[in-house]
Design a protein around this ligand. Structure first.
Ligand code: PMP
Length: 402
């Protein structure tokens, strides 16, 4: 009888937990791919938490459908352009962006979902799988030589120009090029259902920041009940760090925000000494120094509108080497099957440094931006690393972090 009773009880529980069709609520079903963006889980990174005595929490942004937090920024920028009537679906409008990859992938995905074309311009030294993914998503991919932001063919500048030169607005755009950019919105707006070209401009477009101010930040607040001691993350456009910290800081005044920066980026010096100065004195995006190219998606040498929104919000900065990032990614894969990309890896190194400084018992939140799957041919490729004179070492525990 006891066994029968136990089984019955179990069956009842199982039946109760299964949803009957009439119980399925519309919020349980995502409306297309856009419906899967955001609301990512926060995970306790067990090995780092156990090793440091702090609770180290990673926002699993790699679970967005396009595989990174850039889905949020791309969706906000495209929605805003639609609301301003700068683009309209299914009439051949084309979205242009200059990107190191993640934003392009997000734009290509959302463009398909909504009825737009995507034209993505990228430096030619990024991991191969990013170009392949973009092509599979039907985007036009244009590769350019890495160049300084003052170069007219630098990937961001070229994306802007391509958008201006696009399609039926040629006549107007000619005029605009002569007159300057003042009337960008009016001159690019849709008239007579003409296809337009739109430059999303992730570095300067504050819809990027807003996606994190209205999405990622509130989600982290809810998921932690506002109990966080430090936020530790890197910046590419700055949208993520600015949006989250601007939302959280007024609600949690004791929160420390710490920027993690790769070698060759000027943001570390901007935070520490209020000067935008790169160790390699480069202009534009990170100097293409040998080992600098290994960590992708973060680090920049100019002030962007999105990073500027973090003014007064960032308390400190940490530099992380490529070697440390590589060792961290391998450590997490080995210790707990967490397979991350390069920008997530520098974030995790930053978390350990901050945990050591704060001491046990604190809660630290970071962003797990993308998966290692997007970095198989570079960051996760021992052959490639060898060619760049990097030989990942097996060290005891987290001893590779000095
Ligand atoms: N990680 C990856 C993989 C990225 O592509 C980017 C954006 N380029 C970032 C982090 C940085 O995010 P943000 O642009 O919001 O500063």
């Amino acid at each position: 009888f006891v066994n029968w009773w136990k089984r019955k009880n179990q069956d009842d529980k199982t039946t109760r937990s299964l949803k009957q069709p009439s119980d399925i609520r519309s919020e349980d079903i995502a409306d297309g791919i856009e419906g899967l963006i955001g609301n990512t889980p926060l995970m306790r990174i067990k090995s780092l938490s156990d090793a440091t005595g702090c609770e180290i929490l990673g926002k699993a942004e790699f679970l967005n459908p396009g595989g990174s937090p850039k889905d949020r920024a791309a969706l906000y920028m495209i929605n805003e352009a639609e609301n301003k009537k700068l683009i309209q679906p299914n009439i051949g409008c084309t979205i242009f962006e200059g990107t190191s990859g993640s934003t392009g992938i997000s734009i290509a995905m959302i463009a398909k979902a909504k009825g737009y074309n995507a034209w993505i311009i990228m430096p030619d030294d990024q991991a191969k799988e990013k170009y392949q993914l973009l092509e599979k998503l039907g985007a036009t991919v244009e590769k350019v030589k890495p160049a300084s932001i003052v170069d007219k063919n630098q990937f961001v500048n070229l994306a802007k120009r391509r958008a201006e030169d696009f399609g039926k607005n040629k006549e107007k755009n000619k005029k605009k090029l002569i007159d300057g950019d003042d009337n960008y919105e009016r001159e690019n707006s849709i008239e007579n259902n003409e296809a337009t070209g739109f430059f999303t401009d992730q570095f300067e477009n504050l819809a990027n920041y807003l996606a994190h101010y209205q999405g990622t930040g509130p989600e982290i607040y809810r998921q932690t009940n506002g109990k966080i001691d430090a936020l530790v993350t890197g910046a590419g456009t700055g949208g993520t760090i600015a949006g989250i910290s601007r939302f959280l800081k007024p609600l949690i005044p004791s929160l420390k925000v710490i920027l993690v920066d790769p070698p060759g980026s000027g943001l570390y010096n901007k935070v520490k000494h209020n000067v935008m100065y790169s160790p390699y004195e480069a202009e534009g995006t990170r100097t293409r120094h040998q080992v600098d190219t290994i960590v992708e998606g973060v680090g920049i040498n100019r002030m962007t509108e999105n990073f500027n929104m973090s003014t007064g919000m960032i308390d400190d900065a940490i530099r992380v080497t490529d070697e440390e990032a590589i060792a961290m990614a391998r450590y997490l894969a080995k210790e707990e099957g967490l397979f991350i990309g390069s920008s997530s890896a520098i974030n995790c190194v930053g978390c350990v440094r901050v945990a050591r400084k704060l001491g046990p018992g604190h809660r630290i939140v970071t962003i797990l931006c993308d998966s290692g799957q997007r970095h198989l041919t570079k960051f996760w490729n021992d052959e490639y690393l060898k060619q760049n004179n990097i030989y990942p070492k097996e060290e005891e525990g987290l001893n590779f972090i000095k």
